[in-house]
Design a protein around this ligand. Sequence first.
Ligand code: C2O
Ligand code: CU
Ligand code: CU
Length: 530
Amino acid sequence: MRRGPRGPHLTRRGFLGALATAAGTTVLPGCGALGLDTPPGQTGEALLSARPLPAPYRVPLPRPHTARPTGTVTLPDGTAADLYEITQRAADVEILPGVRTTIWGYDGTLPGPTLETRTGRPVVVRHRNELLVPTVTHLHGGHTPADSDGWPLDLLLPVGGGPPGHHGMPGDLAVGTRDHHYPMTQRAATLWYHDHRMDFTGPAVYRGLLGLHLVRDPEEDALPLPRGDREIPLVLCDRSFDADGQFAYPSLDRSLRRVPGVEAGWTEGVLGDVVLVNGAPWPVAEVDAVRHRLRILNGANARRFALAFQVAGGPDLPVTQIGSDGGLLAAPVERPTVELAPGERCDVVVDLGRVPVDTEVTVVNLLGTGSTRDVLRFRVVRATRDDSAVPAVLSEIEPLVPGPVRREFVFRRGAVADHAGWTINDRSFDPDVPLADVPLGATETWRFRTDVHHPVHLHLDPVQVLARGGRGPGPSDAGWKDTVDLRPGEIVDVAVRFTDHAGRFVLHCHNLEHEDMAMMATIRTVANGA
Ligand code: C2O
Ligand code: CU
Ligand code: CU
């Protein structure tokens, strides 16, 4: 059964009490009988909106706006960096037609502004926190020094200060603003940034703290790929709404300060019933009948996607994958569907010139049911010239050559303190005790094992998938990966090589409810000879 959000005044004690006395009858607003509601292909539980949902494909696909540098700063080593300034603040926006929803957004938008930076040109992103709680900003996929990476305890306290919250062992505290230095010593890729505060990442990202960061480089510029209007970022996520049109999220502690985690019904992950693309519910885009490049991010807390491009009365359109988390693949790969676990990115080219003008191409999630099967629609409106092409060779990828399995990480359910949670090697997140000390420059093989779905994400450097379930890499493992989709009971081996930056980083599950309920580990990279 699906469940609706609880009323705003029910405490956790009240909630558990209600469950105990109700014994399966309906006592909570919008609530059905007890029991798991895990759709196939998902780890998570559906949360039903308490409002009627709008019909799909009525609102235009928005494009996140692009951030512009506000100046230049000189780094300690004398080099110049472009400065970007982003304010984290609440804003009232119209997501469902006719209702205002209060979001937390970078510059007050969902998704936040897209940064477009260039390989080899360092940037400083100055974040200002005008929210009511501390935040931590992480650049996902960034090759970033530890002090700018968004260590989950490097809190940025709101302007004007305020208590850090329950965190017993804060890292580097800042008040009001914090500068993140990104050297951009990495190839072109689709990165994203999002909140990463220990124990409260799920609710903060759900409220809107996520955005894209595209890195561009001359190698990619030289390819005849679709560009300009024909390069479309698609940030996918899912949300549920309460009766007032606010985001419903079953936090144990609505203040997001003290008690981490979600109510017992959603510890597997929160699945919303409204699919947002670039912040709009099931939008539609009018496009020319030409190739388009789609940079797709799964920015959902827990929902997995398997996207198919359906054409009424005809076969599905195939998609050509050209890149993954860490940038271009060596060569394009034709795929019938695009699978994305939370945190993963897929860069594809779809030839909308293969269907006649006036055709609708509907992108559906084969892992969705009911309202979550719909995602977005393209309406092909004009025939026009297409100068783009997908070359047979895109890039060169150095294969990592590792030795035998060096470390194993087991991702599974387990007790965290005295309550149910998620663990890595039977341990809950301990910022002070690394699960591994890894020498910089060494190539190692790591083995991941799981119970249910866990999208495993590693900071600092991307990995290469060597084997999945005793076979070679699967279709979504191509290229450089920073997030690896592990399905129930799967064993995946990856080649890992950290470079340049010594310090503390994290390895964690990117199901944000799992992450907040302690499925994270400290990894320490160590300079050679140290
Ligand atoms: Cu996208 Cu450590 O996170
Ligand atoms: Cu990351
Ligand atoms: Cu997980």
